[in-house]
Design a protein around this ligand. Structure first.
Ligand code: FMN
Length: 210
């Protein structure tokens, strides 16, 4: 059966499956993206807004997907972290060019636990851990040499092979989804869209015009 043959009561292509909940479909599309995209299949755009509602967007990497939400890690002094503290709502958008698919997720955010942040930080390579200490993400610097100087000092303090603790300003967030929309390219811009909305403990499914 081709991907685009109908396979469910909503009349969508088979790639949408017929799941009552969105996470299995997210996992399936994510695995397929891992096989089809040349790099960064975990990359997504994260939209935040400040307290006055002004929006801001940037790319991040997904580091966890479960019933509890979608996880990402960053510098907690960065602009995005400031915005998430002011307004704990966000939206993420994945786009996989080869698959011609998009997934959009929105909801509220909460910080990951210290244990979760420690575990992910420990999985990063040594230089990335040192880099997390060196970067004052989103602050301005006088010139690039300032960063190189900080990096050299921190590399001397934490030589290759030594333990690098997680910086207090480095952690992550879980986005707890209220809505997840799956989008598939269609000919003549007649795309297919499947929306899951969280209602109480369950999910309501609907399809949207392109
Ligand atoms: C593909 C890609 C992946 C990225 N992943 C991350 C990430 O996981 N965490 C992060 O803090 N920044 C990541 N960045 C950098 C961010 O886009 C951004 O420049 C940085 O986090 C500062 O954003 P802010 O000033 O809005 O806080 C990534 C950039 C790209 C292009």
């Amino acid at each position: 059966m081709s991907n685009h043959e109908e396979s469910n009561p909503l009349g969508l292509s088979a790639v949408f499956g017929d799941q009552a909940e969105p996470l299995p479909l997210f996992n399936l599309w994510y695995e397929e993206a891992g096989r089809s995209e040349p790099n960064d299949p975990s990359a997504f755009a994260l939209a935040t807004a400040d307290a006055s509602g002004k929006p801001n967007v940037r790319m991040l990497l997904l580091k966890g997907a479960s019933e509890g939400g979608f996880a990402f890690y960053t510098n907690m002094n960065s602009r995005k972290a400031e915005e998430l503290r002011e307004n704990p709502h966000a939206s993420m958008c994945f786009h996989w060019k080869h698959l011609r698919r998009q997934i959009r997720i929105s909801g509220s955010v909460k910080p990951v636990s210290d244990a979760e942040a420690d575990a992910y930080f420990a999985s990063r390579d040594h230089d990335s851990r040192v880099g997390a200490w060196a970067s004052l993400q989103s602050s301005s610097m006088a010139c690039r040499a300032e960063l190189q100087q900080r990096l050299a000092e921190l590399q001397a303090k934490h030589p290759e092979g030594s333990a690098v603790p997680r910086p207090p300003h480095w952690s992550g967030w879980w986005l707890n989804p209220g809505q997840i929309e799956f989008w598939l390219h269609g000919d003549h811009r007649l795309h297919e869209r499947l929306l899951y909305k969280k209602i109480g403990d369950g999910w309501e499914r609907s399809i949207l015009y392109p």
